[in-house]
Design a protein around this ligand. Structure first.
Ligand SMILES: Nc1ncnc2c1ncn2[C@@H]1O[C@H](COP(=O)(O)OP(=O)(O)OP(=O)(O)O)[C@@H](O)[C@H]1O
Ligand SMILES: [Mg+2]
Length: 459
C-alpha cells in the first residue's frame, strides 16, 4: 500500500488550497491547510507534517521567514516553495535558506508530485544515512586506520603491540591497502614517536643516488659531491626509517643494508669513519618477497632480517564491509576540504561502490570519492557523479547510429560529446522541453541532466 503523508499546504489564495487539498486527498494523503505564515508555524508545531508546500508572498508572515523558522525547528522536514513570480533571485535565496526546491505558478501537478516524492525519498534516505553515520562513529579506529573488518582489527591490535618493540617490520600488501598508514601508526605509537619518521622509495631512484641518499657521502666522494651530506640512516637516528618498495632494492645495496641491520653502523660514501645509528626499520612492498627469494632476486638473509614481524593488510575486495565505511569517511573528508556542504551517498551509488573490485584498493576508493565530490552538483552523490569505469555496463543504452564516424580532426572524446549533445537535444525536443521527463527518458537524474545542459550550453 502507498504510504500516506501529512502535507502542510500554505497559501493565502483559497483556490490553491482547495485544489491541492482535493488532489492530495485523492492520492490518499492527509493535507492540512494554513492561509499565512504564522498560521503555518502553529500547525507545523502542533502536527509535525512530513512535508511543507508554501507560497512565498503572503500577509502577516511571508514564506521566506516561515521557512527559516521551520528549518531551525525541524531541519529534516522538506519545504517546497511556490511562487507566482518567476524571480530567480528569490528562488536562489530560498534554496540558500534550505528550501528543498521551488515551483513557479501555475505549476504542472505531475511535476509537483514528482518533486514531493523525491523530497520524501530524500528525507527517508537521510534518516538511513544518519544511521550509517552512527555506524561510522561506532566503527573501529586505531590511529588513522578505520575498519569494520575483524581481520583488519586484529591486524591493528598486532600493530599496536609491535609498535612497543624495536623489531624490524615487513609490511606486504597490494598497492593502496594502507601499508604506509600502518608504518606511520607503528612509529607514532612507539617509544620513538618524538623522533623522525622518514620514508624512502627504493624503486624511485637509480642505484648510485639511492646509495648516497641512504648512506650520505663525504665531500669529494664522487664528482658533484661538493659538500659532506648526511644520509637517511643518520637523519632517521632515534626515529623510524620506512624503506618503501624494498623489493626494488638493487642487489649491491641489499648487502650493505644487511650490515646496517646487523651491526647498526655504517660509513658515509667516501668516508672511513664508522657511524652508529639507532633506527627502527620498516620495509614495505607490494611484491611477493618470499617468491623473490626463491627466484634469487632478493637476498634470503636480508629477507629474514626484515621479516622479524610481518603485517599484511587485506585487499579491499576481501573486506567489503569496509567499502561503505571508508566511502563515508572520504566523503566527509573531501566535502570539508572542498568547502562543500556535506554530500551524501545515494543508495544506488553505494551499491555500485560495493560491487566494484577496487584493484587500486583504498587509494582508488579515496580518489574516486574525491573526484565525485568535486563533480557532484547537488548534495547527494548519484551514480553519474562516479568515474565512468566504475559503472556497470548499461543494457538500455540508446542504439548507436552506425553511420556515425569521427569528424575530421575530432578526437574520440569530442566526437562522443557531440553525439551525447545530439541525444540530449533530441530527447528534450521529444519531451517538449520537460526536463523531468527528459531525464527519465535518458535514464539519468534530473541533477545530472541540469549539469549536462550547462556543460553543453543547451538552453
Ligand atoms: N583503513 C584505512 N582507513 C583510513 N584511510 C586509509 C585506510 N587504508 C588506507 N587509507 C588511505 O588510503 C591511501 C593509501 O594508503 P597507503 O598510502 O598507506 O597505501 P600503500 O599500501 O602504502 O600503497 P602503495 O603500495 O601504492 O604505496 C592513503 O591516503 C591512506 O591514508
Ligand atoms: Mg605506499
Amino acid at each position: 500500500m502507498k504510504k500516506s503523508y501529512r502535507i502542510l499546504i500554505v497559501d493565502d489564495e483559497e483556490n490553491v488550497r482547495r485544489m491541492l487539498t482535493a488532489v492530495f486527498t485523492l492520492d490518499g494523503h492527509q493535507p492540512i491547510c494554513a492561509a499565512d505564515g504564522s498560521q503555518a508555524l502553529e500547525l507545523f508545531k502542533q502536527q509535525t507534517p512530513d512535508i511543507v508546500l508554501m507560497d512565498i508572498r503572503m500577509p502577516k508572515l511571508g514564506g521566506m521567514e516561515a521557512l527559516q523558522i521551520m528549518r531551525k525547528a525541524h531541519q529534516d522536514t522538506p519545504v517546497i516553495l511556490m511562487t507566482a513570480y518567476a524571480a530567480v533571485e528569490t528562488a536562489v535565496e530560498a534554496l540558500r535558506l534550505g528550501a528543498f526546491d521551488y515551483v513557479i505558478k501555475p505549476f504542472d501537478l505531475d511535476e509537483l508530485k514528482l518533486l514531493i516524492n523525491r523530497a520524501l525519498q530524500l528525507k527517508s534516505m537521510k534518516q538511513e544515512i544518519n544511521l550509517l553515520h552512527r555506524e561510522l562513529s561506532n566503527s573501529y579506529q586505531w590511529d588513522r586506520i578505520l575498519t569494520n573488518s575483524t581481520k583488519m582489527m586484529e591486524l591493528c591490535r598486532d600493530t599496536a603491540k609491535i609498535a612497543q618493540s624495536n623489531a624490524s617490520v615487513l609490511i606486504t600488501g597490494e598497492s593502496g591497502t594502507g601499508k604506509e598508514l600502518i608504518a606511520k601508526a607503528i612509529h607514532y605509537n612507539s617509544p620513538r614517536a618524538k623522533g623522525p619518521f622518514i620514508k624512502v622509495n627504493c624503486g624511485a631512484l637509480p642505484e648510485s643516488l639511492l646509495e648516497s641518499e641512504l648512506f650520505g657521502h663525504e665531500k669529494g666522494a664522487f664528482t658533484g659531491a661538493l659538500m659532506q651530506r648526511q644520509g637517511l640512516f643518520e637523519r632517521a637516528n632515534q626515529g623510524t626509517l620506512l624503506l618503501d618498495e624494498v623489493g626494488e632494492m638493487p642487489h649491491n645495496l641489499q648487502v650493505k643494508l644487511l650490515r646496517v641491520l646487523q651491526e647498526r653502523e655504517f660509513e658515509r660514501l667516501g668516508g672511513s669513519q664508522t657511524i652508529k645509528t639507532d633506527i627502527r626499520l620498516i620495509a614495505a612492498t607490494n611484491r611477493n618477497l618470499a617468491a623473490m627469494v626463491e627466484q634469487g632476486a632478493f637476498r634470503q638473509d636480508l629477507f629474514y632480517r626484515l621479516n622479524v614481524m610481518h603485517l599484511s593488510p587485506l585487499p579491499l575486495r576481501e573486506r567489503p564491509e569496509d567499502i561503505s565505511l571508508l566511502a563515508q569517511h572520504f566523503l566527509q573528508k573531501f566535502s570539508a576540504e572542498n568547502g562543500k556542504e556535506m554530500i551524501e551517498l545515494d543508495a544506488s551509488t553505494l551499491a555500485i561502490l560495493e560491487s566494484y573490485s577496487w584493484p587500486g584498493n583504498v587509494r582508488e576508493l579515496a580518489n574516486a570519492i574525491e573526484r565525485a565530490v568535486i563533480m557532484s552538483t547537488g548534495f547527494i552523490m548519484f551514480p553519474d557523479d562516479l568515474p565512468e569505469h566504475l559503472l556497470p555496463q548499461q543494457s538500455t543504452q540508446p542504439t548507436f547510429d552506425s553511420g556515425h564516424t569521427l569528424e575530421n580532426g575530432q578526437s574520440l572524446k569530442e566526437s562522443i560529446k557531440a553525439y551525447e549533445r545530439t541525444l540530449i537535444c533530441t530527447a528534450l525536443t521529444n519531451n517538449h522541453g520537460n526536463r523531468v521527463q527528459t531525464a527519465r527518458a535518458l535514464g539519468i537524474s534530473r541533477r545530472a541532466l541540469l549539469y549536462k545542459l550547462q556543460e553543453y550550453y543547451i538552453d
